[in-house]
Write a protein that binds this ligand. Structure first.
Ligand SMILES: Nc1ncnc2c1ncn2[C@@H]1O[C@H](COP(=O)(O)OP(=O)(O)OP(=O)(O)O)[C@@H](O)[C@H]1O
Length: 225
C-alpha cells in the first residue's frame, strides 16, 4: 500500500454517476477537496445538489465512478475491502440524516455498538457513558430511540459517531428540524470538539450552522461553485 499522507481525506477529481433507468445521474462532477486535521467545513447547496453523495465519498462509503479518494494517505480505491473497513472505522464517524439508531437497543447500547468488536463490554460501556455525558444525555441512557426527541436521537448518533475517536466527523443535515436551543447546544459541542482537533464536515441548509464553519463550499448540480 502506498501512503501519500498529507490531509486526513483528499478527493482528487471525483465524479460520481448513479445509473438511472436507461440514463444516468451525474451526482458529483470533478470535485477536488482536502479535509485537514482541524477543518470545519460546511457543504451547502439546494436539495439534490450532491451534498450527501459528497459526504459518502469523503467517508469512503462508496467508490467514485472516476477520480480518487485518499484517506490518511491511502488510496481507498486501491486497498482491499478489509483494510478499507478498518481504515474507515478508525478515521471517520458518521451522523446520518435519519440517525440510523437501532430501535431495539437503549441509547447507551447504540453508542457502544461500534466499539464492541474491539473492546471488552465494560470498557466500551464506560466510554459510551462518558460520551453520553458529553452530549448532555446522561439521564437518557436507558431510553430506546423511540422514547427520545429528535434532538436527543441526533445527540446519541453524534456520541456513537465519536466512540472510536475518529479524525473526521461527517454529519448529514445536522440540526435539520431541531429547535433553536437544541441546535445551539449541538453546535457548541461541535465547536468544542473541533477546537480539540476533530475535523468536522457538515452538510446543511442552516445559516447558523454555516456560520460556525471555518470554510464553506457550495454545490450546484454536483460541482463546487
Ligand atoms: N442511490 C442513488 N441512486 C440514484 N440516484 C441517486 C442516488 N443517491 C442520490 N441520487 C441522485 O443524486 C443527486 C444528488 O443527491 P444527494 O442525495 O447527494 O443530494 P443532496 O444535496 O444531499 O440532497 P438533499 O439536500 O435533498 O439531501 C440527486 O439528483 C439524487 O436524486
Amino acid at each position: 500500500m502506498i501512503n501519500n499522507k498529507e490531509s486526513v481525506v483528499k478527493l482528487k477529481n471525483v465524479t460520481h454517476i448513479y445509473p438511472m433507468g436507461n440514463g444516468e445521474i451525474r451526482a458529483l462532477q470533478d470535485i477536488t477537496l482536502d479535509i485537514d486535521d482541524d477543518d470545519y467545513l460546511a457543504v451547502i447547496g439546494h436539495s439534490g445538489s450532491g451534498k450527501s453523495t459528497l459526504l459518502r465519498m469523503i467517508g469512503a462509503l462508496e467508490i467514485p465512478t472516476q477520480g480518487e479518494v485518499y484517506m490518511e494517505g491511502f488510496n481507498t480505491c486501491d486497498i482491499g475491502q478489509e483494510d478499507l473497513v478498518s481504515l474507515r472505522a478508525k478515521t471517520v464517524g458518521f451522523v446520518f440524516q435519519d440517525f440510523r439508531l437501532l430501535p431495539q437497543l437503549t441509547a447507551l447500547e447504540n453508542v457502544m455498538v461500534p466499539l464492541l468488536p474491539y473492546e471488552k463490554y465494560n470498557s466500551a460501556r464506560k466510554k459510551a457513558m462518558e460520551l453520553m455525558e458529553r452530549v448532555g444525555l446522561s439521564n437518557r441512557v436507558s431510553h430506546r430511540p423511540g422514547e427520545l426527541s429528535g434532538g436527543e436521537q441526533q445527540r446519541v448518533a453524534i456520541a456513537r459517531a465519536l466512540i472510536r475517536n475518529p479524525k473526521v466527523l461527517l454529519a448529514d443535515e445536522l440540526t435539520g428540524n431541531l429547535d433553536t436551543a437544541t441546535r445551539d447546544s449541538i453546535m457548541e459541542l461541535l465547536d468544542e470538539l473541533n477546537c480539540q482537533g476533530l475535523a468536522v464536515v457538515v452538510a446543511t441548509h442552516d445559516q447558523e450552522v454555516m456560520a460556525h464553519a471555518k470554510r464553506r463550499i457550495r454545490l450546484r448540480d454536483g460541482a463546487i461553485i
